[in-house]
Design a binder for this molecule. Structure first.
Ligand SMILES: C[C@](O)(CO)[C@H](O)COP(=O)(O)OP(=O)(O)OC[C@H]1O[C@@H](n2ccc(N)nc2=O)[C@H](O)[C@@H]1O
Ligand SMILES: Nc1ncnc2c1ncn2[C@@H]1O[C@H](COP(=O)(O)OP(=O)(O)OP(=O)(O)O)[C@@H](O)[C@H]1O
Length: 354
């Protein structure tokens, strides 16, 4: 139990209501499974990008110690909701006796591979750390985040990141401005089932940041001769300090760097996801966007995405998919929703933890 910062006195607390706290979705630009731990968890390599699609949370502090989620989330009972679990975990870690009412405006599809539940949990940790005056630093919040789920720490970290381990060893990366078309297939893929599949390949060769597109910084030496330098990244988040992505080279994954190793498992077991990908791929070819673009799955699915260099390209693709859905019943059956969102430079709450 971390008791390094005593809970703030009641009169030192901020106002009891905190509204409009964002919880953005993430996209896994690639997802490599490079091994498996003895406890069954998989060793991954991925780049997380935050995007403009977000849930919104509202908080009202309670003096009676009760922690409640006061809005329903279809398919997610309050007792297992990551918002409530995050509040309980912060209280356990700090000894704080306050409670809270949590409202969630859900926009990120639950269980869609976009980390919606994980992001809600991280925003609860960041918000309650203020509202309850518990004053934990980012590294402590990240430690509390990990047992809640492998995807939770990156949302506390607050910067787009290259992640290793089970997703907790994070290094900030600076990503080129991009837009995303997010396609939600008519399927729910349980993360655990995708990872447990016997046919999943777990031995993808590890990549280095210096393999990323655009990751080699070219510097001119005093003599005017061009020298190629390995990319320099900040310290690992697990060492404590969050790194500043500013000053890092900018990566562009537009095109098809890497892959998502969970795709073959999900596409073969969930035909609606495979069909949604086919519809999106054909629409992509017709919409005349960047010919290097591909349709890829985020996380353990089911959501698919296409990275686009401009909003206009993304909107053209969205319109093309929508037209196919109007013309074809099977496309309409396979795809539940399509949205366009912008890639973010960082988490909107990245300055909420020290
Ligand atoms: C697929 C990703 O979304 C990629 O970012 C994450 O790795 C999943 O993160 P998450 O949803 O927060 O996952 P958790 O709630 O921690 O784990 C759900 C289940 O997925 C499996 N799991 C998850 C993460 C991981 N690195 N290896 C795993 O094998 C485990 O069976 C676990 O019981
Ligand atoms: N606040 C919440 N919002 C959404 N899902 C939640 C929440 N709390 C708990 N859950 C549960 O967690 C599961 C995973 O939720 P989440 O939306 O984070 O999945 P995901 O996007 O597939 O995650 P990942 O990218 O980590 O695979 C859901 O299927 C749901 O049962």
């Amino acid at each position: 139990m971390s008791q390094s910062t005593p809970p703030a006195a009641a009169d030192a607390l901020p106002p009891p209501i905190l509204r409009d706290v964002p919880a953005p979705a993430k996209i896994n630009l690639f997802l490599h499974v490079v091994g498996r731990r003895a406890d069954g968890y998989h060793l991954l390599q991925t780049v997380f990008r935050f995007v403009g699609l977000a849930d919104t949370l509202h908080f009202r502090r309670r003096d009676d110690g009760v922690i409640r989620r006061v809005t329903p989330i279809p398919g997610v009972p309050e007792a297992t909701c990551l918002t409530v679990n995050a509040a309980l975990a912060l209280r356990r870690a700090t000894g704080c006796r306050l409670g809270v009412d949590i409202e969630v405006e859900k926009r990120i599809p639950a269980g869609g591979g976009l980390g919606g539940g994980s992001s809600d949990a991280a925003s609860v940790l960041l918000a309650l750390n203020r509202l309850w005056g518990t004053g934990l630093g980012r590294a402590e919040l990240q430690r509390i985040a990990l047992p809640l789920g492998a995807d939770v720490p990156v949302f506390v970290f607050g910067q787009n990141a290259f992640a290793e381990g089970v997703g907790e060893a994070l290094r900030a990366v600076r990503l080129a401005p991009q837009w995303y078309v997010v396609i939600q297939p008519n399927a729910h893929v349980p993360t655990e089932a995708a990872f447990r599949a016997q046919e999943l390949t777990r031995d993808t060769n590890p990549v280095k940041i210096s393999d990323f597109p655009g990751s080699v910084a070219r510097h001119s030496s005093a003599a005017g001769e061009e020298k190629v330098q390995d990319n320099v990244v900040g310290p690992r988040a697990s060492d404590g300090a969050a790194t500043q992505a500013l000053g890092l080279p900018e990566y562009s994954f537009l095109g098809s760097f890497g892959k998502n190793d969970l795709e073959p498992v999900v596409f073969s077991r969930f035909p609606m996801v495979a069909l949604a990908r086919l519809v999106a791929t054909q629409a992509l070819r017709r919409s005349g966007g960047d010919t290097r673009s591909t349709v890829r799955m985020s996380g353990s699915g089911a959501c698919l995405f296409v990275e686009c260099a401009s909003e206009a390209q993304a909107l053209a693709l969205e319109a093309e998919i929508a037209a196919t859905m109007r013309q074809s019943n099977s496309a309409k059956d396979a795809i539940r929703a399509v949205t366009v969102c912008q890639g973010l430079d960082g988490h909107p709450l990245q300055h909420w933890a020290a």
